[in-house]
Design a protein around this ligand. Structure first.
Ligand SMILES: [Zn+2]
Length: 238
């Protein structure tokens, strides 16, 4: 029965590709089977569990990273299509898979918080990918979800130093008025963890409104270049 359904869906895809001229693969096909490789629970980089991870010299503002995989195909392709082609279904599937990984790894009173997107960017893109991910992470993990952060539009960060980017983000990512966490743990959801600067600022904002612990849940983690791995990050001001 299941095989018949899959065959029928394959035919429907071919039919759509032929007549519409555009292919819409099913999210399960685009994303492929789930696979899990060992990774460092603090920075999310691949780690065999035996080698000492280089993140020990960095000052990270969260207690744990939960991820689906490294930022490489098919995950990277699915993230780009989800964000820029408004492919809601693939974001939904990635959110559900991430929620399944989170279930049982955080306390039951933990709150899912999406990384905020500036309104103007949301308006032009037509989709708030972090909010879509967080929605399905919450559904799949059975945890509550709250939009507790606000983000203002900022100029492009390319060419800025890490500290300039941090200062900019600290001005632009703020807690919403009246949002209090009263000591609850938080799961901060985003699509990609790169240097982690923006996530660190968001984590600091959440701590300022009473988050007890911060777990970062991301779809993918980029491979840090050696220069960044060795940087001894200046701590953020408390
Ligand atoms: Zn690490």
């Amino acid at each position: 029965m299941k095989q018949t359904l899959i065959t029928a869906l394959d035919h429907a895809e071919e039919f759509a590709a032929y007549w519409i001229g555009r292919q819409f693969p099913r999210p399960e096909v685009a994303l492929g089977e789930e696979s899990q490789t060992p990774y460092c629970n603090w920075c999310g980089q691949n780690n065999d569990g035996l080698t000492h991870c280089t993140c020990g010299c960095r000052s990270l503002k969260w207690s744990r990273v939960i991820r689906l995989g490294m930022y490489e195909p098919p995950l990277s392709t699915c993230i780009i299509r989800g964000k820029y082609s408004r492919w809601h279904d693939v974001l939904e599937l990635m959110g559900k898979r991430l929620g399944q990984r989170i279930r049982g790894c955080v306390p039951p009173n933990a709150v899912i918080v999406p990384m905020p997107m500036p309104f103007i960017r949301w308006w032009f893109r037509g989709i708030n990918h972090s909010a879509v991910l967080a929605k399905y992470v919450a559904r799949s993990s059975g945890l509550g979800r709250r939009n507790l952060l606000l983000r203002k539009e900022s100029p492009p960060q390319a060419g800025m130093s890490a500290n300039q980017r941090t200062q900019l983000n600290m001005k632009n990512i703020r807690p919403r008025p009246f949002g209090k966490l009263h000591g609850k743990p938080v799961v901060l959801v985003d699509d990609v963890l790169t240097t982690g600067r923006t996530l660190e600022v968001a984590a600091k904002s959440l701590r300022s409104i009473g988050a007890s612990t911060i777990t970062v849940a991301v779809v993918a983690v980029t491979n840090l270049p050696e220069t960044i791995k060795k940087v001894d990050y200046a701590p953020l001001t408390p």
